[in-house]
Ligand binder design. Structure first.
Ligand SMILES: Nc1ncnc2c1ncn2[C@@H]1O[C@H](COP(=O)(O)OP(=O)(O)OP(=O)(O)O)[C@@H](O)[C@H]1O
Length: 252
């Protein structure tokens, strides 16, 4: 279970998060919604230790995450995707996915430097796992293609594959369907349901696309100006007057 309690962070005069708390049960899928600037990405950045909050507590499976150094987050079974894609454009699709898997490599620098047979075996194991993941996400034909030049919808799937290569238990997705066509959103939702089931994932998904949020999430948390303004079942939150007002206020 992921538990977030009283999370607060300020940047100069801006309060990006103000006492935010919620829980994600093991195997649960929580949608994090809210207008632009509500604090959603900042929350992810606190969970993955990119930012250190001014106050609050984050525990995952009983572990105090705020005490973990940023580089130890992946080893705790947590992976994320990025709104603007965390891919290396010049590298192939397969190499991007292998980078996502690298923390699983057990060989240290010295043995890696000596190219011992164990290292080569491990490389083969990681490569086979990455290729299997690409096949699952319909990306096998593109394994050798550089990320640069691929359509945006495909890159979003590569980004998902890169995060899954770390074999996370907790997956944080930042706007995974932003910029996708209607058909691509449907396909991504179907893929996400499958990988959620097959990899027994717990997930938090930041997304503005309401149809997607309603279709894949069990629960929804809505932030506005760094505060939690609603939490509950998707339809409940969608029709919550405070949520409607927060979104209308943005559109006006
Ligand atoms: N490193 C930073 N330095 C200064 N201000 C920041 C920093 N990171 C976030 N902020 C501010 O914190 C607030 C919350 O931003 P955040 O990106 O978390 O919102 P968001 O809900 O993810 O928005 P969007 O939907 O547009 O991605 C914004 O006012 C933003 O400008």
């Amino acid at each position: 279970m992921l538990t977030v309690e009283g999370l607060s962070i300020r940047f100069g005069g801006i309060t990006a998060l103000d006492g935010v708390g919620f829980r994600v049960d093991e195997g649960g899928l929580v949608g994090l919604i809210g207008p632009n600037g509500a604090g959603k990405t900042t929350l992810f950045n606190c969970l993955t230790r990119r930012y250190t909050p001014d106050a609050g507590r984050v525990t995952y499976r009983g572990d105090d995450l705020l005490k973990a150094p940023p580089h130890a987050i992946a080893a705790r079974g947590i992976a994320r995707t990025f709104q603007n894609l965390g891919l290396f454009r010049e590298l192939s699709v397969l190499d991007n996915v292998l980078i996502g898997a690298h923390h699983h490599g057990r060989a240290g620098f010295v043995t890696a430097g000596l190219r011992l047979s164990r290292v080569r075996r491990e490389e083969r194991r990681l490569r086979a796992a990455a290729e299997e993941l690409l096949a699952r996400l319909d990306l096998a034909d593109l394994a050798g293609h550089p990320a640069a030049g691929l359509p945006f919808g495909t890159l979003k799937r590569v980004e998902l594959a890169r995060a899954l290569a770390a074999r996370p238990r907790l997956l944080l997705l930042d706007e995974p369907v932003n910029g996708l066509s209607h058909a691509e959103v449907e396909a991504f939702a179907a893929t996400l349901r499958e990988v959620r089931r097959d990899f027994a994932l717990t997930m938090v998904v930041v997304e503005h696309h309401m149809g997607f949020v309603m279709g894949v999430c069990d629960r929804v948390v809505c932030l506005n100006f760094g505060r939690k303004i609603a939490e509950g079942a998707p339809e409940e939150v969608q029709h919550d007057p405070a949520v409607v007002e927060a979104y209308l206020g943005t559109a006006a």
